[in-house]
Design a protein around this ligand. Structure first.
Ligand code: DGL
Length: 266
């Protein structure tokens, strides 16, 4: 049955698991297949053509797995690849930026919004454009934080070193008196405790992963693709060394049965 097929979710590494966490809460009965492109992480400093090629390969892998829907749980891919891939995608495909923007601008009603993300996401200005499409009076400041993803992939999520680095990255945004901060990279929610410590309690933090999960429920429903099964399941695939990913997945409570995929075959 069409609706009983799995959902594909991908990221460069462990970042997208922060989106899976929300998907699991909102879609507990779905079968989720996760692909982490750990052989090629980080995506953040790579040129758009490469991100488009990688995203296309991952889509082809998911088509082979017969998925019914794909979520790019990666802001860099959402910003640089999805605008050109969505129109001809072989399966319905959504990213995290649109939902994150809606949450920050419409629900949270941020008007002075800071965005942290990878170099690729920030340089694309995808967040600024989308936020100002909702309301041209919204002011947006974006900052690239290239040193965060390698730390997160290494399992370093808290402590003095992280807070010092975050202070360095967030200071320019704080100077603009932001009322809202968008975590424009799916790796950053791992650093939530440290980010909150640096920001204080007055600034709202938006995790686009949560918004994307809410949007996925609506989209699947609209397409008539919500499963009727009684229990969900997870499958994990990586393109590189499975150990680092496996350790983090276990730390998050996933059973870490991993399969290594030769993504260059696609
Ligand atoms: N987690 C991804 C994102 O949301 C990619 C980070 C990276 O690999 O640089 O942008």
């Amino acid at each position: 049955m069409e609706r009983e097929r799995p959902i594909g979710v991908y990221d460069s590494g462990v970042g997208g698991l922060t989106v899976v966490k929300w998907l699991r809460r909102k879609l507990p009965k779905e079968q989720i297949l996760y692909f982490g492109d750990t052989a090629r992480v980080p995506y953040g400093g790579r040129p758009p053509e490469e991100i488009i090629k990688f995203s296309r390969q991952i889509l082809a892998f998911f088509v082979e797995k017969d998925v019914k829907f794909v979520i790019a749980a990666c802001n860099t891919s959402s910003a640089l690849a999805l605008p050109s891939l969505i129109p001809n995608a072989p399966v319905p495909l959504m990213g995290v930026i649109g939902p994150g923007v809606k949450k920050a601008a419409v629900e949270v009603k941020g008007r002075r919004i800071g965005v942290i993300g990878t170099k690729g996401t920030v340089e694309s200005r995808a967040y600024t454009e989308a936020l100002q499409n909702v309301d041209p009076d919204i002011q947006v400041w974006e900052t690239a934080c290239p040193r965060l993803v390698p730390l997160v992939e290494n399992g370093e999520w808290e402590g003095r070193q992280i807070e010092t680095l975050l202070t360095e990255y967030l200071q320019p945004l704080l100077k603009h008196n932001i009322d809202t901060l968008i975590l424009g990279c799916t790796h950053y929610p791992y650093l939530m405790t440290a980010i909150r410590a640096v920001l204080g309690n007055d600034i709202q933090i938006v995790d686009p992963g949560e918004a994307a999960a809410e949007e996925a429920v609506l989209e699947l429903d609209r397409l008539g693709l919500l499963t009727h099964s009684k229990q969900g399941s997870d499958g994990f695939y990586v393109s590189g060394d499975p150990h680092v990913f496996g350790t983090i997945a276990k730390r998050l409570g996933y059973k870490a049965d991993l399969e290594v995929v030769d993504i260059n075959r696609y």
